[in-house]
Design a protein around this ligand. Structure first.
Ligand code: SF4
Length: 479
């Protein structure tokens, strides 16, 4: 069982082309994306003229520390890297990425962020034609589809074969691919997940899931990879854009702004920090509270908490301290009490909350049991009242687009009628930000350009439920 009940992002991507310091830049850039996946990391680069791969289970620093010495003895100019959060049965190095395979005599690397909704039917189709898969990940599909396209045409350009492969996919995907001479970035036609390009101003480029990777390496933001776009950097590292599909509509994941992305990043053209604070301000307008202190649930409730305090005029303080050494450990729920599981990560600070009416700011409630235990610990250390304000609407549906949510029936807002949630969580009051309020906080794109399916059940791409249930059940977040 995982010690957190938060939904988790599947992956993060980082690529560099044309640089003389690609190894260091990829290390720094990927490390900045560690929050998007903590189970495995990998890098593919051109070393001594050949494509080489290094992957491992663990955090970015653990995996990069074991990179062969030969890689460090020359300046690597091109590479792609990946952090992964694995799901049930896939926590092995075989499923770590990038994948490196031979496609019609050319070594191709690929790394993926997202979920392909029609992966299982495509896999069956390819298997019926004799394809043999080496991994259980849906990423491998793309190289099989490329190989099939090249085989059917008896020749052809690798990237035309990629375009043809992409046209067969449904769902959420950002890909980085590479060969000895090329790096390619791809974003699905709905643009579910973020992917952006930056320039080192010397003819070299970085591509990353979040712009925070650019800040730590000194790269200057250029633009997003557009939905339905494929950008190819060849041997001279010039950017060449191709549109492989028209975008039927944008469907940017609003939950990147609510919870996933780092506050220092820009995603979908907006500052995560500013959007999160605006959500807090809007929440204060929609759901005022009579309280003495605004207390955020660290870390993701911090900026909404600041916004709420700013708009309400109520003082803001840290009512919890976080143990930063907890995060990746899986512990046996039979051996540790609910309270133990919760206080292991966040401990209430009695001196801050005792005798006060506390308004707790949370970014989301998923299963509810962690929130319930957290509220209990605040009362135990002497909080006079505990109110809660949540900076997004209630979660009621699963995600098919690259986020690990529990199955629908396990979501608190489906188990308990909304009117009874406050009592169920033992709160003095509870309120959520409205969907309209949440969407009013982004500015670059219109509200209809965002996916809100986990809140409203309106899936921008209809999931093939028979094909692919939202998630494997055995490694859900605890709650
Ligand atoms: S369903 Fe929710 S988590 Fe999934 S892409 Fe849409 S907004 Fe994001």
């Amino acid at each position: 069982m995982n010690s957190t009940e938060k939904p988790r992002e599947y992956c993060g991507l980082c690529g560099v082309t044309g640089s003389e310091s690609a190894l260091e830049q990829l290390h720094l850039g990927l490390h900045a994306l560690q929050h998007r996946g903590q189970e495995a990391a990998g890098i593919m680069a051109v070393v001594e003229g050949r494509c080489r791969l290094h992957r491992g289970i663990g955090l970015v620093d653990d995996v990069f520390r074991k990179i062969p010495e030969s890689w460090r003895n020359e300046s690597l100019s091109r590479g792609i890297a990946h952090v992964r959060y694995s799901t049930a049965g896939s926590s092995s190095v075989t499923n770590a990425q990038p994948l490196m395979v031979d496609v019609a005599g050319e070594v191709v690397g690929i790394a993926h962020n997202g979920t392909i909704c029609n992966a299982q039917s495509l896999r069956r189709e390819l298997q019926n034609e004799g394809a043999i898969f080496q991994t259980s990940s849906d990423t491998e599909l793309v190289v099989h589809l490329m190989a099939r396209s090249l085989m059917k045409r008896h020749k052809g350009d690798l990237w035309e074969a990629l375009e043809e492969a992409l046209q067969q996919l449904r769902g959420a995907y950002c890909f980085l691919l590479m060969t000895r001479d090329h790096v390619v970035a791809v974003r699905d036609p709905h643009g579910f997940r973020p992917l952006a390009v930056a320039d080192f101003c010397d003819g070299s480029y970085m591509i990353a899931s979040e712009t925070i990777s650019f800040d730590v390496t000194g790269a200057k933001y250029v633009r997003e990879v557009e939905p339905g776009e494929m950008i190819v950097w060849g041997p001279n590292s010039r950017m060449e854009s191709r549109m492989f599909a028209e975008s039927p509509r944008r469907a940017h994941c609003i939950f990147e702004h609510v919870y996933f992305a780092r506050p220092g990043s820009y995603v979908f053209g907006d500052s995560v920090y500013e959007v999160r604070k605006a959500m807090g301000r809007r929440l204060a307008e929609e759901a005022p509270v009579d309280a003495d202190l605004i207390v955020p649930v660290p870390d993701s409730g911090m900026f909404a908490g600041l916004g709420y305090a700013e708009a309400s005029g109520i003082p803001f303080d840290m009512g919890f301290t976080r143990n930063h050494y907890v995060g990746r450990t899986f512990i046996d729920p039979g051996l540790v009490s609910r309270r133990g599981l919760v206080t292991r990560k966040l401990q209430p600070i009695a001196e801050a909350v005792r005798g006060k009416r506390i308004c707790l700011i949370e970014d989301s409630i998923v299963r509810g049991s962690t929130s319930r235990a957290r509220i209990h610990t605040l009362r135990e250390v002497g909080a006079q009242e505990v109110h809660m304000r949540v900076s997004c609407p209630p979660h009621r549906y699963g995600c098919y687009f690259g986020i690990d949510f529990p199955e629908k029936d396990a979501l608190l807002a489906n188990k308990v009628p909304l009117d009874d949630l406050c009592a169920s969580l033992r709160l003095d009051s509870l309120a959520y930000l409205s969907k309209e309020g949440m969407l009013s906080c982004v500015s670059k794109y219109n509200p209809e350009d965002y996916c809100c399916a986990c809140f409203d059940g309106q899936y921008p791409v209809e999931p093939d439920v028979r094909d692919q249930p939202p998630l494997p059940v055995s490694r859900k977040d605890e709650g």
